[in-house]
Design a protein around this ligand. Structure first.
Ligand SMILES: Nc1nc2c(c(=O)[nH]1)N[C@H]1C(S)=C(S)[C@@H](COP(=O)(O)O)O[C@H]1N2
Ligand SMILES: [Mo]
Length: 209
């Protein structure tokens, strides 16, 4: 049998979203400097449209006393590397919703990190059982480069939706763009739909810019 121009390419790896490749090792990727952890002033706040109109604030000890979960999930960076089967340990986003409930009118959240980095999520993505404020990866405490003491991971979305060095969650009654979403990245960021850039957005994918 000769070379056939229309020979199909090898089947795509079903674990990988379109355009992604597997990465060995864990690269460090972020905008700006690595923040210095200050244990005495560190807190984790939940503010915005809360059910009781109050702000919740956990200091470092209180945050670490919250119930923890372990979830497995993949990690897809929009720069096209993916790490499969990570084990994340930390506080489920659902636990934050349970302990500091949003007002019923809330549709989106903004997750805030040191130096003003932020990422917006629909309440549905935030409430997914795989969404976790991670303190550990594969059994090891996070290193400071990877977000110690707490980073968000949202395995069902591109990894920029997971801020490292998280400090707060804001409950919102309407969607608003986070840091990368204001800078040309897709508001929804579903890697299986390859939602990389804001020019790909369809009506309803995000607020007008
Ligand atoms: N605070 C903060 N979190 C961030 C970023 C950032 O620039 N600042 N970059 C995001 C992006 S684009 C990716 S791919 C992941 C990278 O996480 P890692 O450095 O642990 O691999 O962090 C995300 N979280
Ligand atoms: Mo990324």
């Amino acid at each position: 049998m000769g070379q056939n121009q229309s020979e199909p390419s090898p089947p795509a790896d079903p674990r990988l979203p379109p355009g992604q490749r597997r990465q060995r090792g864990w690269p460090v990727l972020h905008y700006g400097p690595v923040p210095r952890f200050k244990p005495h002033s560190w807190d984790f706040q939940v503010f915005g449209a809360t059910a009781d109109a109050e702000k919740t604030r956990w200091d470092f000890a209180a945050f670490h006393a919250l119930p923890k979960v372990t979830v497995r999930g993949d990690f897809h960076c929009v720069t096209k590397f993916s790490m499969l089967d990570n084990e994340w340990h930390g506080v489920a986003a659902r636990t934050v919703l349970d302990l500091a409930p949003p007002d019923p009118s809330v549709t989106h959240v903004m997750v805030w990190a040191e130096y003003g980095y932020s990422a917006n999520l629909s309440l549905v993505d935030f409430a997914d059982p795989s969404t976790v404020f991670a303190t550990h990866h594969d059994g090891q405490p996070l290193t400071v480069e990877h977000g110690f003491p707490v980073r968000l991971v949202v395995p069902r979305l591109y990894a920029w939706k997971g801020p490292k060095w998280v400090r707060a969650v804001e409950y919102m009654r309407a969607d608003r763009r986070g840091f990368w979403e204001e800078r040309g990245y897709h508001n929804r960021a579903d890697p299986w739909q390859e939602q990389r850039y804001s020019y790909q957005e369809q009506d309803g994918d995000g607020p007008l810019r």
